[in-house]
Design a binder for this molecule. Structure first.
Ligand code: ADP
Ligand code: MG
Length: 200
């Protein structure tokens, strides 16, 4: 039950999971990157028990690749803000399934990727379990995550460092190129649907 809280809905008398504000970073450096990001945003809108409440601009960023395995293609990156009553683990499971649906090469996960999702924050929870670390352990070192985060919610506090994402960006050592793009994120698939209900 890491990172979750339960409450009893007084009027309905049933147990529900608390809503959490979650930030998910996405990135693509293989295939049609803009199309893939548009699809990723559209699919976030279909997540069960969830509601997308913000989408950053898209940013084009140079690969940070000391091992030389990511390829030369620059990434399209962005961040989605979500309210969800899914657990962090369930959300990760669905995001990994979605990565596969968007063509992620499972045999070479570390190489060029059509889509990569990272759960950056899950409310103010600190989660350390096999295969899942939240806050994401490298977010504070990455300009391509902090720039879109600051666009969405500059005053959001990192629950381990107790500093806002705006402050983390201001003190960042990462000097890699991250350029905001002049395209409307997620526009291709039309207006987002109503938030999905608790049945899924
Ligand atoms: P990258 O570090 O480039 O995102 P992957 O997408 O292949 O690499 O992720 C590697 C592993 O990181 C995944 O198998 C997943 O279990 C794990 N992981 C740990 N914490 C997180 C998180 N907060 N969000 C997403 N994946 C995470
Ligand atoms: Mg990932």
């Amino acid at each position: 039950m890491a990172g979750r809280s339960l409450f009893i809905s007084a009027d309905l008398g049933k147990i529900e999971m608390a809503q959490e504000i979650v930030f998910i970073a996405f990135g693509s450096n293989a295939g049609d990157r803009q199309e893939l990001c548009d699809r990723a945003v559209a699919l976030m809108n279909l997540l069960p028990r969830s509601c997308v409440t913000g989408v950053s601009s898209y940013y084009e960023s140079e690969p940070i690749d000391p091992q030389g395995i990511l390829g030369a293609t620059w990434f399209y990156n962005g961040v989605v803000r979500l309210e969800t009553s899914l657990s962090a683990q369930r959300l990760l499971d669905i995001l990994q399934e979605t990565e596969r649906a968007l063509g992620r090469d499972e045999d070479n996960r570390r190489g060029p990727r059509t889509m990569d999702f990272d759960i950056v924050f899950f409310g103010q929870h600190v989660i350390e379990q096999p295969g899942l670390t939240i806050p994401h352990p490298r977010l504070h070192q990455r300009r391509f995550v902090l720039e879109p985060l600051v666009e969405l919610d500059p005053d959001w506090i990192h629950p381990v460092f107790h500093r806002s994402v705006k402050e983390l960006l201001a003190s960042l050592a990462d000097t890699s190129q991250v350029n905001k793009l002049d395209v409307i994120p997620g526009s291709k698939y039309g207006p987002r649907p109503a938030c999905s209900g608790p049945s899924a």
